[in-house]
Design a protein around this ligand. Sequence first.
Ligand code: PEP
Ligand code: MN
Length: 342
Amino acid sequence: MIIIFKKNAEEKKIEEFIESWKAKGFGTHLSKGENTTILGLLGDTSTLDANAICANEVVDVVQRVTAPYKMASRKFHPDNTVVTVGSGEGVKSSTFGKNTIGVIAGPCSVETEEQVVEIAKAVKKAGARFLRGGAFKPRTSPYAFQGLGKKGLEFLLTAKKETGLPIVTELMDIRQLKYFDDVDLIQIGARNMQNFDLLKEMGKVKKPILLKRGMSATVKELLMSAEYIMASGNENVILCERGIRTFDNYTRNCMDISIIPYLKRESHLPVIIDPSHAAGLRWMVPTLAKAAVAAGADGLIIEVHNNPEKALCDGEQSLRPEEFADLMKILPKYAELDGKRC
Ligand code: PEP
Ligand code: MN
């Protein structure tokens, strides 16, 4: 249930009103926007009398929220959530969810220090604001390269130091968290989107979370997974569409472009697109990236490799640095279509 306060309501009376709900055992979520202040009530509100609440002098409107996700819902939080990523000495932080397109780029997997540093420098030069690189890799086959683990994170940190780019990397298991102190944005991958215990743990972490849509997950399930993280205490969540499975396999996955306007309407969280895992085909990645930006995405996560033929993972969908640079040159035109800049 959401309670919209009157514009001229006294601050002190609003506070007392909120306290009264807490005392009754309800969770509360206050959103102060430019024009309205909204209180979200969390818990079993089914027996509450909306008219009785409306009678309070500070209350303007009471609305029931029928969606099962509350904190992730735009009804609870009408303004866009802006997530800031990046901290540490010499690191240039940037945001998702404002009027800029945040581009994350880098290899699927960290392979060597030289590889990740070289790619980091190239993507930075081209205009990427964040560096990606997997150290703990979820692979379909147990015999495939599993990532360099802790060592991979060390190489990624060297690249962060050398370029000042904030880093994004996947966490598969809560036991890995002890190595993530200097990671700026934690990725929860498609395969873990409904690992609810892991999501609850991500709620306790003081870092933003990049939540990827499961390959067969509905939009509602994605938002419920975001809700798990938020309800556990972390509201800095970025949603990521990375392609879903359909009956057709001419691409690795099917990029669901309609999820962008839908999520932007339904939720206040930033939405980014991963055209690399959606297409699975290098040549198609720039087209999908441009389409995503034109459709209103707040950012992109793109795989880039300096020697894709020799890549240990996902080489066939990785752009070469010069291809990535070409895309970054054209992207501002598409961002303008949605009133954003790169
Ligand atoms: C990745 O980003 O390299 C990855 C494994 O992504 P996803 O979870 O979307 O498959
Ligand atoms: Mn990959």
